[in-house]
Unconditional design. Structure first.
Lengths: 237, 243, 268
């Protein structure tokens, strides 16, 4: 008799935690958004295209998409000392690589588009929540894009593929343990722009993960689209 | 005109008006980048859109306007993207031997060369014409990778004195000007103020009294906040009777 | 773009006629709102909005050694990070003076009021005490960050609890604590920053008004034995203040304090 796999919080394998998305939350920014997967909350602001200092960093052929990700000190159980650490620097860079493929950077030479992402509350999936928030904020800022970017972490609990791991699930140790596979893709195209993995997964399982994530990202895209459209309906600035 | 699934999805968000000059039905719907606005080879993709096969797709977030066969996306948010011919309001930040450096809130700096002034200025009297900190309304006549060239050689341009300035989201400026300047004319009429509008979102107001100067700003900020644009002038006529 | 001299002159003219763009009186505060629970990982946290200015503040507790000159007291550290998120003016990189001054001002208001009973935060005298970390993050800067940050700190402290310990004496993040942080009841420290522009004094400026101001003086105020007490004061900027101006502020302070506390009581 096979044991039916149950997730720790009772969710179905391809079920996301409750998602919250809102656009236009920072009046000073050119574009801004909040995106949350359950208890993980990310806020993003976009400023630009604007002047880039120092001058020698300017690229005469295209805009510099400068992403900065960090956790607020009180977003995690053990207070994080203020200031970016190596992990934050790495996530900032992969976030830049996850978002730049959809942006028309050539249209704004010598400028910078600043994307600031902060995690207000961390409960796993912070980089994916950050990318989802940043994608909406970039659209909100009127940056020419060919599509939105959707991101979610897929994983494994022993042999079962699940999506949007919670912190508890990340610590799962039975069988093959937990695998955390953070992915991002162009919303309406088979183009993955973020692929980061930690854990234990057989090569044959990967295509299935990509297809599950493709399905789940459709849901995320719907939520991002709704938030952007509601921002205009409600006249938020 | 073929009705696509897109139209029904966006029904409740639409805003229509009749364009007087052509009695054409103009339809406006909210779109996000990458979204298909309409499908069909007859459509002509304009600003903020591009054609991908059969589809006309939005490249920016905003209000897609379908006027006959022409489709464009009117942006509602975002930083100022400078264009040739734009009138902008800026602040003098430096004086060089060749002209004045002007901060116009753009990614690359604005520069007003000596020979783009309306009259001959001697190199020794540059700061008497425009000093550091002075505010000026100028026109963009050339955009280069490293800078934006400005000119004062047009009516209504030059140093702005007295009054005050404030910023609105640059994308809202067209509606503050209105069709053929109808909105700005209404504001000037109702408040008695001088108003100069910069496409970079900066607006300068000078009036006879502080109360009217405050009223003009309130009116403009109210216009800027409105989401849909049809009937805006009538709406503002009414607003002025109540405020 | 920085505020221009023509706008500054206009603001001086307006203030001399007791007028502001948003219709407020010179010493009126904008609409205030406070929400709790910005982060469930913080021991206490709050989001405060005053007009369009928004600041989030979190309180975290850590275990550490007491300072050598106060072996029987817990520690307090206040920090702030002016996130580039909140304003086109804020940049990445080492903190400018504003970023250094803000947490120091809030620290003074909180510390000098003695609202936190630091002597009740000892785990083992001379060896182990609780350190309170108050971390301030502006989310949108539309002026008057200092006063908003202080309200945030007060609200976050008010919600804060002391973490439960496990059997090894380490913090147990899984147990939900009900032990409130020991605060002096009724003390309620707040800051009030008066800004001078021309010859006028204003409270709670928008960013536009704040940029046009020549100087600022921030007072920390709290209730001690049912009396209003000033616990701290710091003047910034180059313009001078006359004794008449300072006396005027002394008249305004208790009135404003009572007004803001009344509004805050709904949220505390």
């Amino acid at each position: 008799m096979t044991k039916e796999f149950k997730r720790l919080d009772g969710r179905a394998n391809n079920e996301l935690r409750p998602v919250m998305a809102k656009v236009g939350v920072i009046p000073n920014a050119d574009g801004s958004a909040i995106f949350a997967f359950g208890d993980t909350v990310a806020i993003a602001a976009v400023y630009g295209p604007r002047q880039l200092h120092p001058q020698h960093m300017q690229n005469p052929q295209k805009a510099y998409l400068r992403c900065n990700y960090d956790l607020l000190s009180f977003s995690v159980s053990d207070r994080k000392k203020p200031g970016p650490n190596r992990r934050a620097q790495e996530i900032s860079k992969v976030t830049e690589w996850a978002l730049s493929p959809v942006i028309d950077l050539d249209g704004f030479p010598s400028t910078v588009i600043d994307v600031q992402i902060y995690i207000l509350q961390a409960d796993a999936g912070t980089r994916t929540a950050g990318i989802n928030a940043a994608s909406m904020a970039l659209a909100h800022a009127g940056i020419p894009m060919r599509d939105l970017v959707c991101s979610v972490a897929a994983g494994k609990q022993d042999k079962t593929i699940v999506v949007d791991l919670s912190k508890e699930e990340e610590d799962f140790e039975e069988g093959e343990g937990a695998t955390d596979f953070a992915l991002a893709k162009v919303a309406n195209s088979d183009e993955f722009t973020l692929l980061q993995l930690d854990g234990k997964i057989s090569p044959e399982t990967v295509p299935e993960v990509l297809s599950v994530v493709t399905e789940v990202c459709k849901e995320i895209y719907k939520i991002q689209k709704k938030a952007l459209k509601e921002a205009i309906k409600n006249g938020s600035n | 005109m073929k009705k696509t699934k897109q139209d029904t999805d966006n029904q409740e968000l639409s805003d229509s008006s009749s364009s007087d000059s052509e009695s054409l039905e103009v339809k406006r719907i909210v779109v996000i980048p990458g979204e298909v606005i309409v499908s069909g080879e007859d459509y002509l993709p304009s600003e903020g859109t591009k054609r991908i096969g059969q589809n006309v797709v939005a490249s920016r977030y905003g209000l897609a306007e379908i006027a006959g066969r022409v489709i464009r996306v009117i942006p509602l948010f975002g930083a100022f993207i400078p264009r040739r011919g734009n009138v902008v309001i800026g602040r003098v930040t430096d004086i060089t031997f060749a002209g004045w450096l002007i901060d116009i809130d753009t990614a690359t700096s604005g520069f007003l060369p000596l020979d783009e002034c309306p009259r001959f200025i001697n190199k020794d009297e540059m700061d008497q014409f425009l000093a550091i900190g002075d505010v000026v309304a100028a026109k963009i006549w050339n955009i280069k990778t490293k800078g934006i060239d400005l000119s004062l050689r047009s009516r209504g341009l030059g140093k702005l004195e007295g009054g005050y300035m404030f910023r609105v989201i640059p994308a809202r400026v067209p509606r503050i000007i209105g069709k053929e300047g109808s909105m700005i004319t209404l504001i000037k009429e109702k408040t008695g103020c001088d108003v100069t509008i910069g496409q970079n979102g900066w607006i300068w107001i000078r009036g006879e009294s502080i109360d009217e100067e405050i009223r003009a700003r309130k009116a403009i900020e109210h216009i800027a906040e409105q989401v849909f644009v049809s009937g805006l002038t009538d709406h503002m006529e009414e607003w002025f009777t109540k405020n | 773009m920085e505020v221009t001299s023509l706008t500054k002159s206009k603001l001086i003219e307006m203030f001399s006629q007791n007028k502001r763009f948003d219709g407020r009186k010179l010493i009126d505060f904008r609409d205030l709102s406070v929400e709790y629970g910005v982060s469930n990982k913080a021991e206490g946290s709050a989001r405060v909005r005053l007009g369009k200015t928004e600041v989030v503040v979190g309180v975290k507790l850590g275990m550490g050694e007491p300072y050598p000159d106060s072996p029987d007291k817990g520690n307090l550290t206040v920090s702030a990070d002016l996130l580039p998120l909140a304003s086109p003016k804020f940049e990445m990189g080492p903190p400018g003076f504003e970023a250094i001054e803000l947490p120091r001002l809030v620290d003074r208001v909180i510390r000098e009021s003695h609202v936190i009973q630091l002597d009740k935060l000892v785990i083992k005298e001379g060896e182990k005490v609780w350190t309170i970390f108050i971390d301030i993050y502006p989310i949108n800067d539309d002026g008057n960050l200092i006063d908003v940050a202080t309200i945030g700190a007060l609200a976050a402290l008010n919600q804060a609890v002391i973490p439960e310990l496990d059997k090894d004496g380490k913090i147990d993040h899984h147990k939900k604590s009900k032990k409130k942080l020991p605060l002096e009841e009724g003390l309620l420290p707040l800051s009030f920053s008066f800004f001078k522009i021309g010859n006028q004094i204003v409270l709670d400026p928008t960013r536009e008004e704040e940029e046009a101001c020549d100087s600022r003086i921030t007072f920390g105020l709290s209730m001690w034995n049912k009396k209003h007490m000033i616990n701290s004061c710091q003047k910034a900027g180059e313009a001078n203040l006359s004794s008449a101006e300072v006396s005027k502020m002394m008249e305004i302070l208790p009135v404003k304090y009572d007004e803001i506390i009344a509004k805050l009581k709904k949220f505390l």
